[in-house]
Design a protein around this ligand. Structure first.
Ligand code: AP5
Length: 222
C-alpha cells in the first residue's frame, strides 16, 4: 500500500499513523518529524528550515521534493509507505506522481482527516510533544501543570514553538491556501477517502481500516 495521510495541522495524522504501520508493516515518512530530526542533529538543512517552521510557513518545495525523492528509494519503502505531511502543495503532488511513475508505482489512497478550525485550535493548544522522539500527548490545563516524561523513551515533553495560538492560526491559513487545493487534485484521481476526523481516535482508526480493507478487496477482485 502506498498511502498519504492528509489533513490540516492537528487533524490527527501523527496519531493515526502508528496503527497503519502495524497493520500494513510499511514505514511512515513524516516530513515534519524528518525536519525536526535535522534540526536536532544541527545539520545545514536543519538550520535552513528552522525559521520557516517556527513561523508556520512551508519549507520551499525544492528542498522537500529532494528529501522525499531520496527517502522513497530507500529499501524499506519499496513495499509501501505512509506519507504524513507530504505533499503540501500541487507542485509537491506533481513531483510525487512523477517520481512514483519512474519507480512504476502509484499512490493507492489519500486519507483525508476532515476537522473544523476550532477543533484544530483546541487540540493543538493542548498538545505536548516529546523533544527526542516526537510522540504526541494531549493534556488538559490541569494535567499540563505537571507534565510527565514521554512514555516511549522518557524524553522531555514540550509545546512545539509552532503550536503557539498565533502560529497555529497562520498554519491553518497556509493549509487552506496552499494545501487544500490537493483535495480537488486527488478527488479527480479518485483517490481521496474523506473521513470525519472529529470522531474519537478509535472511531477514526476503525473508519480508516474499513475504507482501506474495502479498497484492497476491490483491487483484489479486479
Ligand atoms: P508537521 O509536523 O507535519 O505538522 P502538521 O502537518 O502541521 O501536523 P501536526 O503534527 O501539527 O498535526 P497532526 O495532524 O499530526 O496531529 P496530531 O496527530 O499530532 O509540519 C511542521 C512544519 O514542517 C510545517 O509547518 C512546515 O513548516 C514544515 N513542513 C513539513 N512538511 C512539509 C512539506 N511537505 N512542505 C513544506 N513544509 C513542510 O494530533 C494533534 C493533537 O490532537 C494531539 O494532541 C492528539 O493527541 C490530538 N488528537 C488527534 N486525534 C484526535 C481525535 N480523534 N480526538 C481527539 N484528539 C485527537
Amino acid at each position: 500500500m502506498n498511502l498519504i495521510l492528509f489533513g490540516a495541522p492537528g487533524a490527527g495524522k501523527g496519531t493515526q499513523r502508528g496503527s497503519l504501520i502495524d497493520t500494513y508493516q510499511i514505514p511512515a515518512i513524516a516530513t515534519g518529524d524528518m525536519l525536526r530530526a535535522q534540526r536536532r542533529a544541527g545539520t545545514a538543512l536543519g538550520d535552513q528550515v528552522t525559521s520557516y517552521m517556527d513561523r508556520g510557513e512551508l519549507v520551499p518545495d525544492a528542498l522537500m521534493i529532494d528529501m522525499i525523492k531520496e527517502r522513497l528509494q530507500e529499501p524499506d519503502a519499496r513495499t509501501g509507505f505512509i506519507l504524513d505531511g507530504f505533499p503540501r502543495t500541487v507542485a509537491q503532488a506533481e513531483a510525487l506522481d512523477a517520481t512514483l511513475d519512474q519507480l512504476r508505482r502509484r499512490v493507492d489512497a489519500v486519507i483525508y482527516l476532515r476537522v473544523s478550525r476550532q477543533v484544530l485550535i483546541d487540540r493543538l493548544s493542548h498538545r505536548y510533544s516529546c523533544r527526542s522522539c516526537d510522540a504526541v500527548y494531549n493534556f488538559t490545563p490541569k494535567q499540563a501543570l505537571e507534565v510527565p516524561r514521554c512514555t516511549v523513551d522518557g524524553g522531555e515533553l514540550y509545546q512545539r514553538p509552532d503550536d503557539k495560538p498565533e502560529i497555529v492560526a497562520h498554519r491553518i491559513d497556509v493549509f487552506l491556501k496552499h494545501t487544500a487545493p490537493l483535495i480537488d487534485y486527488y478527488t479527480t484521481q479518485h483517490k481521496l477517502e474523506n473521513i470525519d476526523g472529529q470522531m474519537s481516535v478509535e472511531d477514526v482508526r476503525a473508519d480508516i481500516t474499513r475504507r482501506l480493507s474495502a479498497l484492497k478487496k476491490g483491487a483484489g477482485s479486479r
